[in-house]
Design a protein around this ligand. Structure first.
Ligand code: AQP
Length: 343
């Protein structure tokens, strides 16, 4: 018989695999964050024990205005719920509310090599973008991410392809620790969706769409208005051709086809057939309208949630309590193995 354990039934915890993922509240969430991560999370919530975090500690690796960080933390949580994540089915919480993340991050940092961290492409990228603030947190970011994942004995991590390298490192750290001591951590696998795995910038389609991009036309925000969304797609950079066909060297149009496929569920060839004989202009308009329509119920639901701060506070508090209970077990196991004295 199933018994209640911190709101999650024991039967469920035994049978289902665990999923962990998160988004940084470092800007307005984009359709890249949605298609690469959050949309897939909603599909997984019935089959797995899902733990979804607003990773505010990661966000401060880049300087944040405190009031903005606070507001975006609420916004991100509200967007998770508006996108369809049920707070009763999933553990939804804020990273800084569970200090075990920082504790395990320190421990794991002592099992991570300087050379490994130096090879991380996101560190190189972000160092270039934030040349005046190349802080140690930016460098050790992947260790904190490994702690996030390993703390919950995670089996699967649904992420966009940009995070694959970090996930590989989390696996290496887990295997290293398990080999030095004895099996302690579940070695996680990446869950990378086929479409939506890397949504590109609308302004520079060879670059990933990012929420912190300073060019407002480069990304489509989940909270952009219908008119803004359509206008951004109209302006999207494409090549000088006119045929809506997926192909090499056509990064802009390829990206738009991918986005269209993600929102309609159509395949690339179905999309090419649908727009045969029609120009880029007509296609861009159709993508803009489809995306705006596809996000309308999310925006409506978000509008209601964001006004109810008390409800969001409750979700944060109960999520942190549930997450802490799981994290405590891993921390005590790790500390025993390392040789820390427990009292
Ligand atoms: N363009 C993208 N295409 C597909 N997936 C994406 N993700 C981000 N951008 C894309 C996925 O979103 C999840 C959360 O990402 P994050 O907030 O942890 O950090 P990020 O990958 O650095 O995302 P951004 O939008 O580029 O943020 P900033 O600008 O703050 O650095 C991850 O699963 C990621 O794969």
């Amino acid at each position: 018989m199933a018994t209640e354990l911190n709101g999650v039934s024991e039967q469920k915890t035994e049978k289902k695999k665990t999923i962990f993922s998160g988004v940084q509240p470092s800007g307005n969430l984009t359709i890249g964050n949605y298609l690469g991560a959050i949309k897939n999370w909603t599909v997984l919530q019935k089959e797995y024990n899902c733990i979804y975090c607003v990773v505010d500690m990661h966000a401060i690796t880049v300087r944040q205005v405190p009031a903005d960080l606070r507001r975006r933390t609420y916004e991100t949580l509200a967007l998770y719920i508006a996108a369809g994540l049920d707070p009763k089915e999933n553990i939804l919480f804020v990273q800084s509310h569970v200090p075990a993340h920082a504790v395990l991050s320190w421990d794991l940092g002592c099992f991570t090599m300087f050379g490994e961290l130096s090879r991380m492409t996101q560190f190189k990228d972000k160092s270039r973008k934030n040349a005046d603030n190349i802080n140690a947190g930016l460098f050790t970011y992947p260790v904190l991410m490994a702690a996030d994942i390993l703390l919950y004995q995670t089996d699967l991590v649904p992420v966009g392809i940009d995070q694959r390298q970090h996930l590989e490192l989390a696996r290496d750290i887990a295997i290293r620790f398990n080999n030095i001591y004895s099996p302690t951590f579940t070695v996680p696998e990446a869950y990378i969706p086929e479409t939506g795995m890397k949504i590109m910038s609308l302004a520079e389609p060879t670059k990933k769409m990012s929420k912190s991009d300073s060019n407002a036309n480069a990304s489509v925000g989940l909270l952009d208005s219908r008119d803004q969304i359509i206008a951004k797609f109209k302006r999207a950079v494409t090549d000088s051709g006119s045929e809506v066909r997926y192909g090499e060297g056509k990064d802009g149009i390829n990206n738009l086809i991918n986005i269209y496929c993600c929102f309609t569920g159509k395949t690339r060839s179905e999309t090419e057939r649908e727009f045969e004989g029609k120009g880029y202009g007509e296609f861009k308009m159709a993508v803009g309208e489809t995306v705006a329509d596809g996000l309308s119920s999310l925006r409506e639901e978000y509008g209601k949630l964001i006004c109810d701060k008390q409800y969001l506070d409750q979700i944060m508090a109960s999520g942190a309590e549930k997450a802490s209970a799981i994290a405590r077990k891993t921390i005590s196991k790790v500390h025993r193995k390392i040789g820390y004295v427990s009292v």
